[in-house]
Design a protein around this ligand. Structure first.
Ligand SMILES: Nc1ncnc2c1ncn2[C@@H]1O[C@H](COP(=O)(O)OP(=O)(O)OP(=O)(O)O)[C@@H](O)[C@H]1O
Length: 239
């Protein structure tokens, strides 16, 4: 369960004024599949960074499974896994085996290697255990990033445009893996077909939630917005 309780983010801008990235927002996300859509720069990643505790709200509070991200940041980060569009941003080790093993550092060394091998074989990267990460294809890198994140067994996965850089085949592969996960997955996406498969869609515009509800209703609002309608005229009452 993810909760925003009047949570907002404002930063000091270059001119010494303040800039609101997310207006105070109250939201409880308990659905297993949530999609967040919105234009570039609308505040989607800000919302995700709040939920993983990387960013603390400047007003209100954010709770993950009841833990306040401001007070219990380290424990929250233990509960939440993050997957970004660009796997380069999160692959830290020289080989796939070492990268997955890093997420398993709580295990004794031998078990760590065995478990990392098992996980890589399961996702189809068994033939690439020791291949330099830099030489993997983009799709293989994203699959590795996902495997490393999941190895830590997060309770919640936040995926920020996880398939944006993938070709159709890799996109389908990564989406199928994400769809099959037992844990809650919140996905930021520009892919409206993927968003339509969620149980709930949240639409962000100008740092505000402007629609929130079933995919059909919320995506209708988003399409209206993208067609140039101001939020107050775009389809409302998505819930
Ligand atoms: N630390 C910061 N200081 C100033 N402005 C910021 C900061 N972080 C984000 N912003 C601005 O806040 C706005 C929202 O950014 P955010 O990354 O949340 O958007 P987004 O919806 O995820 O966009 P995209 O789809 O392009 O990734 C942008 O205009 C961005 O430049």
């Amino acid at each position: 369960m993810l909760e925003l309780d009047g949570a907002g983010v404002a930063v000091v801008d270059g001119e010494g004024g303040t800039r609101t990235l997310l207006h105070p927002t109250t939201l409880t996300l308990s659905e297993r599949r949530v999609a967040v859509v919105g234009a570039n720069g609308s505040g989607k990643s800000t919302l995700v960074r709040l939920l993983d505790g990387l960013l603390t709200p400047t007003t209100g509070a954010v709770r993950v499974h009841g833990l306040d991200t401001r007070r219990d940041g380290a424990r929250v980060r233990g509960l939440v896994g993050l997957l970004f569009a660009d796997p380069e941003a999160q692959l830290l080790m020289p080989t796939p085996l070492e990268d997955v093993a890093l997420s398993l550092r709580h295990l004794p060394r031998r078990e760590r290697t065995e478990r990392a091998t098992e996980l890589l074989v399961d996702v189809g990267l068994g033939g690439h255990l020791h291949q330099p990460v830099a030489t993997l294809s983009g799709g293989q890198k994203q699959l590795l990033a996902l495997t490393s994140v999941l190895a830590a067994e997060p309770a919640v996965l936040l995926a920020d445009e996880p398939t944006t850089l993938l070709d159709l085949r890799w996109k389908a592969h990564v989406e199928a893996l994400l769809d099959a996960l037992p844990q809650q997955v919140v996905t930021v996406t520009h892919d409206l077909e993927a968003a339509a498969r969620a149980e709930r869609v949240v639409v962000v515009d100008g740092g505000r939630i402007v629609a929130d509800g079933s995919p059909a209703a919320a995506l209708a609002t988003y399409r209206d917005l993208m067609a140039g309608l101001p939020p107050e005229l775009a389809a409302r009452d998505a819930r």
